[in-house]
Write a protein that binds this ligand. Structure first.
Ligand code: GLY
Ligand code: MN
Ligand code: MN
Length: 436
């Protein structure tokens, strides 16, 4: 659990980065209609979650550094016994103060009367510019309200600054409290992959393995998948974002599963590829071992001070070398790398930041240069090889083989820690687990 102390520390840090006479305004995500009276499961604006953990729609967090009556103001839905009977519990302004650390809280219905007064006189206004057109419009109404009072001496803010830039940079560095939650998300997700390996056999449908995985997520207290689970048998594994998961798994094929849970607002992101029937064929084993080597090489370079892209370079080198070794690529490895020959088979990067979002926030480059790894960052390492079923440049025996292996890696002071090692990836370990 992220403690209230940690939320307070996050807000304090953000406010220390803000101009002294300024205000930050962060709105809840809107609810989204799925069809007629049903909504998509609600997902809070992650930056609002990050700063206070308030879970409800129709809320607005306001931070005002140095405000005498308290720096945190929260607008939220009022208590409403009738609506709560239909739609569920609401904190109300009382709960916002007692349970979420607000210094002041007001009903959202009063925001148009109160917020312009909080904005008035501030030099700078921080918000997520252009992320939510509805909210942009509200914000301009509030600012214009202040502008219209100029005759009475009111001062509208002169500068608008993108808040996300500051919050995203903070989110890139995980605290001990965050890493604890991420380890739990990783553990649940690793167990779910083991469960899918045990449940696999020819004739089982992809959606049945998806159900095994997602059962394990939810039964352990996660809200479910952090992103749509990918379960691709055989050539379906060559479709990078295959989420239909409708086909039966075939004897002799591999199955590629990319799935991770969201636990207490943090994501895990794991991919494993294993034989449907529990035994790798020679061709599958050859491709699998190249990907495994590429992943090992990339993880080995991760540590403080190493440039982000070094991991990607390590995977490209290992995959190019491996494809030459098995005869799929021909030529000099350095030349092939220079010509990006791997792109036909490995068309994505080595990974991404991981955190409250599966593709987490945080810049990869600073002033045009790859940034370096620092302790507290979490990154996925997920090389893959995908040999399209009809690829005319490749012997038929390789067709339709798709392998990706993905783990979640924490950068530590001395190097790195793999937090998803709870699910095996060496071939003999996978075969042993599936046989048992
Ligand atoms: N699951 C999405 C990804 O691996 O990037
Ligand atoms: Mn990933
Ligand atoms: Mn993934």
């Amino acid at each position: 659990m992220i403690t209230s102390k940690e939320y307070t520390a996050r807000r304090k840090e953000l406010m220390s980065l803000m101009h002294s006479n300024s205000i930050a305004i962060i709105s809840a995500a809107p609810e989204k209609v799925r069809s007629r009276d049903t909504h998509y499961p609600y997902k809070q604006n992650v930056n609002l979650s990050y700063l206070c953990g308030f879970p409800e729609p129709e809320s607005v967090l306001v931070l005002i550094p140095g405000r005498a009556q308290g720096e945190m103001v929260l607008f939220c839905r009022d208590k409403d016994p009738l609506r709560e009977t239909w739609d569920g519990y609401r904190e109300g302004p009382g709960g916002a103060v007692t349970n979420f650390g607000a210094d002041d809280a007001f009903p959202i219905a009063d925001i148009d009367d109160i917020l312009p007064n909080l904005i008035e006189g501030k030099d700078r206004l921080y918000y997520a510019i252009g992320k939510d057109p509805e909210f942009d419009k509200h914000l301009m109404d509030w600012v214009n309200h202040v502008r219209n009072q100029r005759g009475n001496g009111a001062l509208p803010p002169g500068e608008f600054v993108d808040l996300d830039h500051f919050v995203n940079e903070m989110r890139l560095f995980k605290t001990a409290g965050e890493l604890k939650v991420m380890r739990k998300a990783a553990e649940i997700s690793a167990n779910a992959h083991c469960r899918a390996m045990r449940a696999s056999k020819p004739g089982v449908f992809e959606y049945q393995l998806q159900a095994e995985i997602e059962h394990e997520f939810v039964v352990n207290g996660s809200v479910g998948a952090a992103y749509s689970s990918i379960v691709g048998g055989g050539k379906n594994g060559c479709i990078l974002h295959y989420i239909e998961n409708r086909d039966a798994l075939k004897d002799g094929d591999l199955v590629l599963i990319d799935a991770g849970c969201e636990y207490q607002n943090y994501a895990a992101d794991i991919t494993r590829t294993f034989p449907v029937n529990g035994k790798f064929s020679d061709e599958q084993a050859a491709i699998y071992d190249i990907v495994l080597q590429a992943q090992a090489d990339a993880i080995a370079v991760i540590g403080p001070g190493i440039e982000y892209n070094k991991t990607n370079e390590a995977t490209v080198r290992a995959i190019t070398q491996g494809l030459v070794d098995v005869g799929i690529l021909q030529g000099d490895v350095d030349e092939l790398i220079a010509n990006e020959a791997h792109r036909e088979f490995y068309m994505h990067g080595a990974g991404h930041w991981l955190g409250m979002d599966v593709h987490d926030v945080g810049d990869y480059k600073i002033e045009g240069q790859w940034r370096v790894y620092e302790p507290g960052m979490v990154v996925t390492i997920e090389p893959g090889i995908y040999i399209a079923p009809g690829n005319p440049n490749v012997d038929k025996k390789w067709h339709g083989i798709a392998v990706r292996i993905e783990d979640d890696i924490v950068v530590t002071k001395s190097g790195n820690e793999n937090i998803t090692s709870g699910v095996p990836k060496a071939r003999d370990q996978i075969e042993a687990l599936m046989a048992g």
